[in-house]
Ligand binder design. Structure first.
Ligand SMILES: CC(=O)N[C@H]1[C@@H](OP(=O)(O)OP(=O)(O)OC[C@H]2O[C@@H](n3ccc(=O)[nH]c3=O)[C@H](O)[C@@H]2O)O[C@H](CO)[C@@H](O)[C@@H]1O
Ligand SMILES: C=C(OP(=O)(O)O)C(=O)O
Length: 420
């Protein structure tokens, strides 16, 4: 298994080009199932989860062609299988997003239950309830969700008990081809939901209100392929900005989207960073200063994202002062805490809150990545730790960060992949 070796690197400096967003690319690739003609997607990041999505589409019989560094073309002409098998779903939870498109276009889908994972139980009840309200018959048998509908799904008025990004996306895709109007209330407002909605609109869907908590979809009879460019990855952007902040550096993220990152940029400013932005770039300058501790509570968008929580644990571990970080989205998302403690961080957990007392330096150590953003936090910690840090199990990182070691190298970070 590959590892990353990281040495203390001094202040990060320079420009880093941000990739397309994993969490937008995955639902958009699944939406390819809805299109009757060729669908071309660009700015698709080269990530393990993208490979898995392409493999899943191929295993349904779709033709998937990758070209250049970031283009994917999907043709569904020969799609003739309707099962997402356990072997694929277990490696990527977002495989559940194939359920809505398959059911809406073909009336049947068998999708392995994704099961729990490192950061929490992550049930899919809201996905299933919404589809049932639209007329689907669903049973869960032998670890598979077996969903069927005679004819088209029917538009429905769906009130979501809690805000779910994935359930909103699944229902949006299903409703795009349903008969009649669907209203999703208490919908997720994440920029990736809006990106998916814009892509569906480019395919011919009739959607209003994406980005608000009430989304209205007038179902259409068919959708056509189009060309769509995936939005920039706001979590990758935020991860590099935090790395620059803890190393007291100055970096510019290009091909980024400042509007999708307002809560994160506000916290970085509270931590003492000087932030300037343009239409598609963000510059952070710490002017050589140590960051100040910032209190954080993760909530649904437009609040502070759970996917940036682990990175801010590192920022606070090295900051001036004491701060608390409260995680409200996932029940088990502090697995980086014991690993950061092994590097000398002073932090303790009380329920869903982590109390962090900032110190000046961390120590390099051999640490283990347990999930995607926890892994990113350990790499960031390694950049400021005295001595060598080795991050094991980096297959998690490869799910979500494209060429992470090359991008850090470009900023002066000493990060090397050790192949094994
Ligand atoms: C591929 C992708 O886009 N992943 C993101 C997506 O995950 P994902 O879409 O899985 O996350 P959700 O927004 O659905 O989860 C939010 C909360 O709702 C709960 N829940 C969800 C669905 C359901 O049917 N029942 C239920 O109880 C979950 O357990 C969790 O506690 O949004 C999360 C929250 O911003 C991010 O951390 C993930 O990076
Ligand atoms: C939790 C994440 O992803 P996923 O939902 O794909 O596990 C993430 O991107 O931080």
């Amino acid at each position: 298994m590959d590892k990353l070796k990281i040495e203390a690197s001094g202040a990060l400096a320079g420009n880093v080009v941000i990739s397309g967003a994993k969490n937008a690319a995955l639902p958009i690739l699944m939406a390819g199932v809805l299109a009757e003609t060729d669908f071309n997607v660009s700015n698709v990041p080269n990530l393990r989860d993208v490979n898995t999505s392409c493999e899943l589409l191929r295993c349904l019989g779709a033709e998937v062609t990758r070209s250049g560094t970031d283009q994917v073309c999907i043709s569904t002409t020969n799609l003739n299988e309707f099962c997402a098998p356990y072997e694929l779903v277990k490696t990527m939870r977002a495989s559940i997003l194939i359920l809505g498109p398959l059911l809406a276009r073909y009336g049947k889908a068998d999708v392995s239950l994704p099961g729990g994972c490192a950061i929490g139980a992550r049930p899919v009840n809201l996905h299933l309830q919404g589809l049932e309200q639209m007329g689907a018959k669903i049973e869960v048998k032998e670890g598979y969700i077996k969903a069927r509908v005679d004819g088209r799904l029917k538009g429905a008025h769906i009130f979501m008990d809690m805000i779910s990004v994935g359930a909103t996306e699944n229902l949006l895709m299903a409703a795009a081809l349903a008969d009649g109007e669907t209203i999703i209330e208490n919908a997720a407002r994440e920029p990736e939901v809006v990106d998916l909605a814009n892509c569906l609109i480019a395919m011919g869907a009739k959607i209003e209100g994406a980005g608000t908590d009430t989304v209205r979809i007038q179902g259409v009879e068919s959708l056509q392929g189009c060309h769509y460019q995936v939005m920039p990855d706001r979590i990758e952007t935020g991860s590099f900005l935090v790395a620059a902040a803890v190393t007291r550096g100055k970096i510019r993220c290009t091909k980024a989207d400042p509007k999708s990152l307002e809560a994160v940029l506000a916290k970085l400013e509270d931590a003492g960073a000087n932030i300037t932005t343009g239409d598609d770039w963000i510059e952070l300058d710490m002017q050589g200063k140590r960051p100040k501790a910032v209190n954080i509570k993760t909530v649904a968008y437009p609040g502070f994202p759970t996917d940036m929580q682990a990175q801010f644990c590192v920022l606070n571990a090295l900051a001036e002062g004491t701060a608390t970080i409260t995680e409200t989205i996932f029940e088990n998302r502090f697995m980086h805490v014991p690993e950061l403690s092994r590097m000398g961080a002073t932090m303790e957990l009380e329920g869903n809150t982590c109390i962090i007392h900032g110190i000046e330096k961390l120590n390099g150590a051999q640490v283990m990545a347990t999930d995607l953003r926890a892994s990113a936090s350990l790499v960031i910690a390694g950049l400021v730790a005295e001595g060598t840090t080795t991050v094991d199990r980096i297959y998690h990182l490869d799910r979500g960060y494209e060429h992470i070691e090359d991008k850090f190298k470009g900023l002066g970070g000493q990060v090397v992949r050790v192949k094994s």
